[in-house]
Design a protein around this ligand. Structure first.
Ligand SMILES: Nc1nc2c(ncn2[C@@H]2O[C@H](COP(=O)(O)OP(=O)(O)OP(=O)(O)O)[C@@H](O)[C@H]2O)c(=O)[nH]1
Ligand SMILES: [Mg+2]
Length: 211
């Protein structure tokens, strides 16, 4: 359906997503696969901040995303002074949500997002600010460092964060990851329960028939 035929029940909402992670984990690849269906095997490290501005619709709500592809930051800016003095950390403290990407074949890259997460939650108000963890390079799962269960246990149970594994290379679960993230943000904005929970609620009350 053409976008002009859609009836949207809200104004445009602006959302700033900061994509962070160790060098080479696939941050740029994930964003470019989502925004422009592009992937390259060539590795070009991101030297300066890049911004992508796609629009998405979720639950009939229109969002303009500002996706920040950040160059490597050795630490999260602990206050606005740090944010101003180191251009790499600029704008990161005011993100609507954080996507922390690690490479499932590199335990070191998981340790990096682990400490980054601690720095983020220590240095800003995290009320209604979701953190999503993404394990990229799932196509290389046979070289996996930590088991999926081990990571999911830490991320979902201890950190209470969303967790998605994906492959930017094969465009696998890329849309899913943005969808899950946007569902969470939309829920915070509008208080709608995510669809899966609505269905579960309905099932519990026997009001839903699955054909
Ligand atoms: N096999 C595989 N390779 C990937 C995948 N995603 C990215 N890569 C490769 O990993 C390398 C790094 O990808 P980038 O997207 O540039 O990583 P980055 O996190 O943006 O790196 P920096 O900008 O240096 O922080 C490139 O050679 C990509 O082709 C994936 O899902 N599977
Ligand atoms: Mg990059």
């Amino acid at each position: 359906m053409a976008a002009s035929h859609l009836t949207l029940d809200s104004e445009l909402q602006k959302v700033k997503l900061a994509i962070l992670g160790a060098p080479g984990v696939g941050k740029t690849s994930i964003i470019q696969q989502f925004v422009c269906s592009h992937f390259t095997e060539d590795y070009e490290p991101t030297e300066s901040k890049q911004v992508y501005i796609p629009s998405v619709i979720i639950n009939d709500h229109l969002y303009e995303l500002k996706i920040i592809d950040s160059p490597y930051i050795p630490y999260f800016p602990v206050n606005s002074l740090y944010e101003w003095t180191d251009f790499r950390g600029y704008e990161l403290r005011s993100a609507t949500a954080y996507v922390l990407v690690y490479d499932i074949t590199s335990e070191e890259s998981f340790q990096y997002i682990k400490s980054l997460r601690e720095q983020i939650i220590e240095s800003r108000d995290m009320q209604d600010v979701p953190i999503f963890v993404v394990g990229n390079k799932h196509d290389q799962a046979e070289e996996r460092g930590m088991s999926r269960r081990e990571v999911a246990n830490v991320v979902k149970k201890q950190w209470k964060c969303g967790y998605v594994e994906c492959s930017a290379k094969y465009n696998w679960h890329i849309v899913l990851l943005f969808k899950e993230l946007m569902k969470t943000i939309d829920y915070i904005d509008y208080g709608h329960k995510p669809t899966a929970i609505r269905v579960q609620d309905a099932l519990r009350r026997n009001r839903c028939v699955i054909l």
